[in-house]
Design a protein around this ligand. Structure first.
Ligand SMILES: Nc1ncnc2c1ncn2[C@@H]1O[C@H](COP(=O)(O)OP(=O)(O)OP(=O)(O)O)[C@@H](O)[C@H]1O
Ligand SMILES: Nc1nc2c(ncn2[C@@H]2O[C@H](COP(=O)(O)O)[C@@H](O)[C@H]2O)c(=O)[nH]1
Length: 209
């Protein structure tokens, strides 16, 4: 049996730290790749088209919806965001582990389409700390931050639909927890192999750090 790539879907309220965690995870794990979404949101200070997002206008986004180009899409904080179908289906079929950093609506769409997906929800340690992180990040206008904090109340209530919840209080602890979820998913695959050579082939997929 060829190794089918895993799909890890990570959601969190804005400012909880998911992008920072995913970036750190990717630096530690060469088997993982992150899918770059499309959005109608304007780029923030250091963001580059094609790196953080593919930044497109709403008409182009709507044309992609009509063409069936998105695996999932949703309106989040007043902007449209979507995961390109081509970006993930081929990679997973080719045995690559893919991470999606998307909101809860997209995550639940993915779980319906692809029940093997592993859904991970990142929580901040408190509402106060969430607000402080958004303010310290200094990338969004006060009105945008207020909207994101209001939406966070709804988003957090969706955590119960996820397979795992990780609390991002101390960064290194949360990163360890995230690595453990990814690692366990791969170990599950190894343990399902029927013969010894398949077990050793499967073990090659697991980083030994
Ligand atoms: N454990 C942590 N302790 C303190 N600060 C943190 C921690 N994790 C992340 N941060 C900081 O919090 C801010 C928000 O993190 P990040 O941008 O990763 O959030 P996000 O969940 O991806 O938000 P968004 O959905 O808006 O992109 C950043 O300035 C980041 O450096
Ligand atoms: N459903 C989707 N949600 C997405 C996607 N890409 C990002 N997101 C989520 O949007 C919010 C806001 O992101 P920001 O970069 O503007 O702070 C956040 O929850 C992201 O995870 C996507 O392709 N689909």
């Amino acid at each position: 049996m060829e190794y089918p790539g895993n799909l890890f879907v990570i959601a969190a309220p804005s400012g909880a730290g998911k992008s920072t965690l995913v970036k750190a995870l990717l630096e530690l794990d060469a088997h993982l790749m992150v899918s770059v979404s499309h959005t109608t949101r304007a780029p923030r200070g250091q963001e580059l088209n094609g790196r953080e997002y593919h930044f497109i206008g709403e008409p182009a986004f709507r044309a992609k919806i009509a063409a069936g180009d998105f695996f999932e899409w949703a309106e989040v904080h007043g902007n449209l965001y979507g995961t390109s179908r081509a970006a993930i289906e081929d990679r997973i079929a080719g045995g690559q582990d893919v991470v999606l950093e998307i909101d809860w609506q997209g995550a639940l769409q993915i779980k319906r389409l692809f029940p093997q997906a592993v859904l991970i929800f990142i929580l901040p340690p408190s509402w106060d700390e969430l607000a402080q992180r958004l303010n310290r990040r200094g990338e969004d206008e006060p009105a945008v931050i207020a909207q994101r904090l209001a939406n966070a109340r709804i988003e957090v209530s969706k955590a119960r639909h996820f397979d795992y919840v990780i609390i991002n209080a101390l960064f290194e602890t949360a990163l360890f927890d995230l690595k453990t979820v990814v690692h366990s998913q791969r170990l599950k695959y190894v343990s399902q192999q029927r013969n010894r050579s398949a077990v050793f082939a499967a073990l090659d997929l697991i980083p030994s750090d």
